[in-house]
Design a protein around this ligand. Structure first.
Ligand SMILES: CC(C)(COP(=O)(O)OP(=O)(O)OC[C@H]1O[C@@H](n2cnc3c(N)ncnc32)[C@H](O)[C@@H]1OP(=O)(O)O)[C@@H](O)C(=O)NCCC(=O)NCCS
Length: 176
């Protein structure tokens, strides 16, 4: 499902529109954007539209990400959200490369964390990141994530093998 509109310091998170499908397809076919994401790269426009229409999966919550000046820069979402266990995993793609390293990723993550801990009352917020994704690792460390394990040779992308770094923030750590 799509999440409610959330406002951060620099971004606005809102439900995706079908008119964004072409843009998502361009980003998903960009090798640099998807280098460290376990995404499909051979989607058609119709498949992407279907995907945007059908985001009614119980344990997934999606948003399109816009800057405060109204520029669509990517997407983010909760994955494997479990109300029962009060935990979620999380993912992000800033598809517009010209907007990397400007603090948007950090603001998006902080905005979603606030929603997860304050509104959904979760106890645990986790993510996984390719071990060579330096921007991601730095961004997540800035947001208080602790490394809790490594899944060796977990991801395979473009014939390269990557470890998965597992990171999390717990409720008490978020509050303090
Ligand atoms: C990874 C991603 C979410 C980070 O978001 P962002 O807006 O670019 O990141 P931020 O600007 O908030 O923070 C990035 C930090 O990494 C640093 N950084 C980026 N590339 C770096 C590099 N090659 N070496 C060292 N530091 C680097 C930046 O300087 C910044 O740190 P600072 O604030 O201390 O200066 C974003 O780049 C992205 O979506 N990339 C493509 C998809 C992807 O990889 N998704 C993540 C899957 S887990």
């Amino acid at each position: 499902m799509y999440g409610p509109i959330l406002k951060g310091k620099k971004v606005i998170l809102q439900p995706a529109k079908l008119s964004e499908a072409k843009q998502y397809l361009t980003w998903l076919n960009d090798y640099e954007v998807t280098k460290y994401i376990s995404s499909k790269s051979d989607l058609t426009l119709d498949q992407e539209k279907e995907f945007l229409k059908n985001k009614k999966i119980d344990n997934e919550v999606y948003w399109s990400v816009y800057t405060k000046s109204g520029k669509h820069i990517g997407s983010t979402g909760l994955h494997n959200y479990s109300p029962t266990h009060k935990r979620t995993s999380w993912g992000i793609m800033i598809g517009d490369k010209s907007e990397w390293n400007k603090g948007y990723g950090t603001d998006i993550l902080r905005t979603v964390m606030a929603y997860a801990f304050n509104k959904l009352k979760l106890n645990r917020f986790e993510l996984e990141v390719f071990h060579k994704n330096i921007a991601g690792l730095k961004c997540y460390a800035k947001c208080g994530f602790k490394k809790e394990g490594v899944r060796r040779d977990f991801f395979m992308k473009n014939n390269e093998v990557y470890d998965s770094i597992m990171m999390s923030v717990l409720r008490d750590e978020y509050k303090n």
